[in-house]
Design a protein around this ligand. Sequence first.
Ligand code: NAP
Length: 525
Amino acid sequence: MTTTATKPGLDVPPFQNEQVKDFRHPADAAAMTAALAEVARALGKHYPLVIGGRRIETEKKIRSVNPADPGEIVGLTSAASKEQANEAIEAATRAFESWRYLTLTQRAAYLFKVGALLRERRLKYDALLVYEVGKSWPEADGDIAEAIDFVEFYAREALRYAQAQPIVPIAGERNELVYIPLGVGAVIPPWNFAGAIMIGMTAAAIVCGNTVVLKPSSDAAIIAAWFVDLLEEAGVPPGVVNFIPGSGSEIGDLIVTHPEIRFIAFTGSKEVGLRINELAAKPQKGQKWIKRVVAEMGGKDSIIVAGDADVDSAVEGVALSAFGFAGQKCSACSRAIVDERVYDDFVDKLQRRVGTITVGDPRDPGNFMGPVVNQGALESIARYIERGQQEGRLISGGKRVGERGYFLEPTVIADVDPTATIAQEEIFGPVLAVIRAKDFEDALAIANNTEFGLTGSLYTTDEQKIERAREEFFVGNLYFNRKSTGAMVGVHPFGGFNMSGTDSKAGGRDYLLLFMQAKTISRKV
Ligand code: NAP
C-alpha cells in the first residue's frame, strides 16, 4: 500500500479525438443498418441491479421505451429500493478499501481496456441510442465517440497526475505532493448525452480511485446497464461501480444525504442540481467530510448575429444549434439575438432553412430531427410553444407531428422580448426565440440577461466585437462564427457559469482534480 506518486509506466500515444462517422459512406451506412437490426433483436431484455458484483432482480421495474414509438420497450431494468441503494453504498465503501490503493497508472490501464471495448462496439451503442433516446445516426455516433474520448482523455490525465508534481525544493527536506481519491461517490447523469456524460462522469470518478453508485437517468437506463457489463468485461473489480437504477425522486435524496457519500457528480436540470447541492451541504450523523458537488446544469444559450455578420452562415449555425437532437442539448441555441440591421433578412432566411428540416423516426437516416424524449417533455414543450405564441410571432412549426411518437415541429418564434418567459427559461426542446437587438451593445446585454452562462456564439466580421465578446459575453463556452453545440473532449473543455453549474470543465485538464484531493508529504533528510 502506498500513496507515493508513480511514474506513468504506460506507453500510450497522445490523445486524439475519435472521428465521427459520415454515414453518407455506403459501408458505414450498411454497418449501422446491421447494428440497428442486431440491437432490435435484443430489445425488451431485463437488466438487474449490480451491487458488489451481485446481480439482483427486483419486482419493480423501470421501463425504457423508444420515444419514436413508445409502444416499443427498449428494455427493463430492476428498480432499486432504498435498502438496495444503501447496500450499494456499503458495497462501494468496501470496494474503496482496495481500489483506492491501486496506482493511477493501474487504474488508467483499466480505462484503456474500457475504451477499446467501447470502440469495438461503437455502432451497437450508436444503435441503442437511436432506440432509447431518439438520436439521429450522426447524433448517436457523436455521443458514443465523445464517450470514448472521455475514457481515453481521462486515462491520459490520470497518467499526468501520476507523475511527480512540481513543488519548490528546500534544503533538508524531501517534499512531494500526491493526488489521492475522495471516497464513495454518487454519479447521477441525464438522458440527453446518455452515453458520453454517464460514461465520462463514471470514468473520471473511478480512474481517480473512487468507487461509485451509478444511478442512471430513468429515461436512459439500458445504455448504463450495458456499460456496467462492459466494465466487468474490462476486469474492473466488483463494487467499484454499483448499478442502481431508480427514480430520482424516490432514491435520489437518500443517496445524496447518505453519510458515506463523499461526492456527487451530477449533470441535469438546475432544479435538481440545486436540490442536490442544498441537501449535500448539510452534514449527516456520522459524516466526516464536507461533500463535494460537481453539478453541470441547464442553459439558455444565445447566438448573437451582429449587423456585419455573414447572415447565411449565421442562419446555418443557428438552425443546427437550435434543432440538432431536437434542441435537447444543454448547449443548444434557444435564443438568436439579431442586430436590427440584418433582422428581417435573418428571419426570412431562417424560416426557409427551418422549413427544410425533416422530422421523423431516427431509424431512418433521412430524418434530421427525431422525437423529444418522453410524454412529459412533449407536454412541457407544448406549453412553452403556447406561451411563446403570446410572447412573439410564430414563424415556423408549433405543432406536434403524428400521434404515436413524441415528435414536434422545429419551432421558431420571432419578435420575442428579451425578458419574456421563452427568452428566459430553459425549454429543452426544438423551440427558438428570435430577439431583435438595437445594436451590438444591446445584443451583448441581452445575451447576458439570464441566470445561466453555459454556451454562446457570436457571428461577426468585426475584430473589435470579437474582443469585446471575449471579455464580456459571460459563458463557459464561447464560440465565434460557428455553432454553439458540438464541443469536443480536450479541444473545447465544457461547462458553464452561474446557474449552469459549479464551473467545472468536463473534458478539460482541471476535471480530474474535482475527483481527488492533494496530500503533501514532507520528510526531513
Ligand atoms: P434531470 O431531470 O435534472 O435529471 C438528471 C438526473 O437526476 C437523472 O438521473 C434523474 O433521475 C436524477 N434526479 C432527479 N431527481 C433527483 C433527486 N431528487 N435527487 C437525485 N437525483 C435526481 O435532468 P434531465 O432531464 O435528465 O437532463 C436535462 C437537463 O440536463 C437540462 O437541464 C440540461 O441543460 C442539463 N444538462 C447539462 C449539461 C451540462 O454540461 N451543463 C449537459 C447535459 C445536460 P430520474 O431520471 O430518475 O428522474
